[in-house]
Design a protein around this ligand. Sequence first.
Ligand code: ZN
Length: 233
Amino acid sequence: MATAETKLSMKLLIDTKAKKVLFAEVDKDFVDFLFHILSLPVGTVTRLLKEKGMNGCMQNIYQSVENLNDSHIQWKDIILEPKCPFKISSVPLLLNDAPTLTTFYNCPFPSSLCCDKFYGTDDSSALCPECNSEMAGRLTFVAPPGKVATGGFVKDVKYLVMDDLVVKPVSVISSITSFKEYFNVKDFGALHEEVVHFGKEEALKLLKLSFESRAVLTSLFVSSIKGSVKGEK
Ligand SMILES: [Zn+2]
């Protein structure tokens, strides 16, 4: 489980002639992080990118909701701070997005004592429609058969992430032939490996770049590329 200080490491393959990152060789945890982004509500992404500046108008929608007072709008918190229905643990949370989890509650009295209907709520101050008790019975999430809530998303150990964030299992691009075809590399001598670290700052930049660029890793690790280019001379 990642903490606030977590930094993931990855190995970049840099083409020093073209001055770009061809791909990063990453462990499962980075791919889990990357895929986890897709599960974030747009409201969360907008909140995360508001200060970084965001293309388009989504931040205006967000700001409009923020500006409306309670006489005009209800459920504001659901829009501005969307909650996740449950937590997949083992996914590094690098986006200050330790998701506010939805906890579900029911009437604390067994159905035989209270009612024959099952009521649920995400706010324990809600009152049971049958017996008027506070619905403070906290429910525990149970994963369905074949799935575990603690294993992250992907199952393999190593992946390649391309400059444009296409993700592939390492085995797909293992031979030199497919390597040549895939990256159009003519001068293998210009290739340079560099281990870099990826933490919260990089995570937020990646999120922003993913909406704006098709050369995300190159933009993200531009200083490592410059270092490699100098090293080659
Ligand atoms: Zn009840």
